[in-house]
Design a protein around this ligand. Sequence first.
Ligand SMILES: [Zn+2]
Length: 89
Amino acid sequence: MSDGDWRLMGQERYLADAVLTWATWRPVKPGWDHDHCAFCQAEISDRPIDEHTAYNAAWVTSPDQANWICPVCFADFQVRFRWNVAQAE
Ligand SMILES: [Zn+2]
């Protein structure tokens, strides 16, 4: 199901029909200091935005917060992956 977009690497296996919430990034485990967008690998962390950190908040799978998706990739792939948006708590 690839149309050649370089960001698509089989994410359908774990992100199709996912429930996503918009969240400010925070460590989910002690010592964890950043995540990457599951598609474009942009860095998402609580550090200041700079050449390394692209976002301080992004879409995240709910409720496990295992996979982060940046706003650009969310917009590009929301229809393809049939994401459901949950209200933030
Ligand atoms: Zn992205």
